[in-house]
Write a protein that binds this ligand. Sequence first.
Ligand SMILES: Nc1ncnc2c1ncn2[C@@H]1O[C@H](COP(=O)(O)OP(=O)(O)OP(=O)(O)O)[C@@H](O)[C@H]1O
Length: 261
Amino acid sequence: MRTLCVTSGKGGVGKTTLSVNLGIAMARAGRRVLLLDGDLGLANLNVMLGVIPRFTIQDVVRGQKTLDQIVIQTSYGISLAAGATGIAELADLGEEERENVIRGLEGLRGYDVLIIDTGAGIGDNVVRFVLAADDVLIVTTPHPTALTDAYGIIKTVLTHESRAIKLIVNSVTSIRDARSAADRLTGVTSKFLNGTLECIGYIPFDSLVEKSIMKQQPHLVLHPTSTSAQRMQEAAMRLIGGQVADSKPGLGRFLQKLLGQ
Ligand SMILES: Nc1ncnc2c1ncn2[C@@H]1O[C@H](COP(=O)(O)OP(=O)(O)OP(=O)(O)O)[C@@H](O)[C@H]1O
């Protein structure tokens, strides 16, 4: 199983929208996908998928359930581990709670891809998820503030270790502006930081995306032939192209990094 962390720095740029739709595209390509709500402050993946979870990550932290037991099979071919609101920072978990999360995650079976949708910002939880994951996807819009915040999280990651990071520019209204935004970000990354940033797609601004969210159904399901849905599909294929879908040790490494002091 490979872990993919979707993050952005700035909030409201489309992390959750893309986590859901990229996951569905991967599932359609035959991958067994689990979406984990890594926003431990304000979880909302379940809202976007229109499901009401009976159990959440909070039950795993308390040791009352394993992660497997809280997973919901959605009708879109992907599974969901719903988040709770207001969980403490992972760094603040007590020894027992930490053990509960490790046990909960170790019980996971039968997935090829674990997609973690993080919260906004570069707080401790976000950084932990990002550093623990095999693959990191940064979502930004072409707006200067989003780009600045995206650079902030890229810098944080690459200060810890050299790696290849992926980028999607979302809510694009001009392909020229989007390209120039991506070029600027990839340029400063390779010039000043210890790693690489590769842009894997531009997703157009599309009012149908917003409509799908209002209906609490995935955009790829409601509007599969729209250009925005097709771009999401293509980005998902770029993400899974070349990935080897196995490796239990991958999860062990993820856990070690996630919960290490
Ligand atoms: N390509 C797009 N075209 C139009 N609207 C979009 C697009 N992508 C996302 N949106 C809209 O942007 C808003 C924020 O999206 P989303 O909740 O996915 O962002 P987020 O980064 O996960 O936010 P948060 O930081 O609060 O978790 C939503 O209302 C969504 O409909």
